[in-house]
Design a protein around this ligand. Structure first.
Ligand SMILES: [Zn+2]
Length: 88
């Protein structure tokens, strides 16, 4: 059996809009002292920000946080790409 190697093809990288993918970024913060996490909220930073301030208020000395915004990407074949005919 003989395969085909595609050395160059056009692809499109964009936000994942497939069913089930979050439409907006997920925002979450983690305390760098005790590693407690706010939990992720879709599209809104305010709940994570409020959680961080409340966390510091309840635990003096826990001043630093790691903030993450997670978005989901999807690579799809561009027009002319041989994989454009293939349904994943
Ligand atoms: Zn903490």
């Amino acid at each position: 059996m003989r395969g085909t190697i595609i050395k160059a093809a056009d692809w499109h990288l964009g936000l994942d809009t497939e069913e089930g993918a979050p439409e907006k970024p997920l925002h979450e913060v983690e305390c760098t002292t005790c590693h407690a996490k706010s939990g992720a909220t879709e599209g809104r930073r305010l709940p994570a920000e409020t959680w961080a301030i409340k966390h510091t208020g309840e635990r003096p000395g826990h001043w630093s946080f790691r903030s993450t915004a997670t978005s989901f990407w999807r690579v799809t074949p561009a027009p002319g790409n041989p994989y454009a005919e293939v349904t994943p």
